[in-house]
Design a protein around this ligand. Sequence first.
Ligand code: SAH
Length: 350
Amino acid sequence: MTDIKSLDFAQLKDWAVSLGEKPFRAKQLYDWMHVRLAESYGQMSDLPLSLRERLERDFPLLTLTAVKKQVSALDGTRKYLFALPDGNLVESVWMQYRHGNSVCISSQAGCRMGCAFCASTLDGLARDLMPSEMLEQIYAIQRDTKERVDNVVVMGTGEPLDNYENLLVFLRMLTDEHGLHISQRSVTVSTCGLVPQICALAKEKLQITLALSLHAATDEKRCALMPVAKRYSIRELMDACRIYHKETGRRITFEYSLIGGVNDSGEDAALLSILARNTGSHVNLIPVNPVKERPFVRSDRERIEAFKNKLEKTGINVTIRREMGRDIDGACGQLRHGHLNSEQRGERGR
Ligand code: SAH
């Protein structure tokens, strides 16, 4: 069955014509789905009733069900746990910053990358998300908050470049003039470092920001934290970053989660600084979020500051990730993992 919310504008036109409809119906339908964010065909008042009924019967409109919503009393951050039509779960986060509203979405249900500090990977990969399921996380949040989403970060559960084709369709539909038309520069995709896909993405010449989860400056340390490092060396990764920068003109952001006693020494900072300088990258430091199932602890405040200062002294542009929603389930994937766990224990509907 065709998932019509995953068809881009041109595909939807072809599809409508193949059903014997006029192309302008596709424009109306696309507008209802991707601009006015209709939740049902019933709302699409300028489409003939017969067409609406046919669509309802043959092409049910994908929607997500919010299973859980947590609102931070500290800063208004909202965390959503959404059920997909097949019962799989994904989580998304809404954050308000001075420069606008950001939504963090998931690209897969679960993850198979196996990073040692991450909760999203604890239950493995269930499946890839369709473009519609990535878009709908943003749409559902915009409906709930009644506020426009300004920035989108693909940093929730999943490895976006492990769902490459669907990600690309999603990025086009999110940023082109037919849909929400979010500027490409307001979209960030975060990857653990799949080198062939980074090189392929570079050729698309999108103006999005690519964030690379580095977390260590030597192959040995990176291998201990991230299984993907056994596939691609830091040298190969840095070559991919240079290609990305050359093709798109966009600088890469290195994400670096500081883990106490593991990757937060002066020597780590010095090595990271060389990598950032050689590729013209920014560094975003993330104090690691403790995950119950994992032994890692966050570096203390002074150590984080010292690490930042050391990088800055060598001319690197550094930010420390501001923590949002500290009072609601912290790290990526914890809401979903907690829910799956409670279901296993038979504590439904907590
Ligand atoms: N798979 C993608 C995107 C998802 S994770 C990636 O690896 O980039 C988004 C970011 O949060 C990544 O940098 C990831 O390494 C980091 N992260 C995951 N778990 C974390 C934790 N417990 N504490 C701090 N950062 C974490």
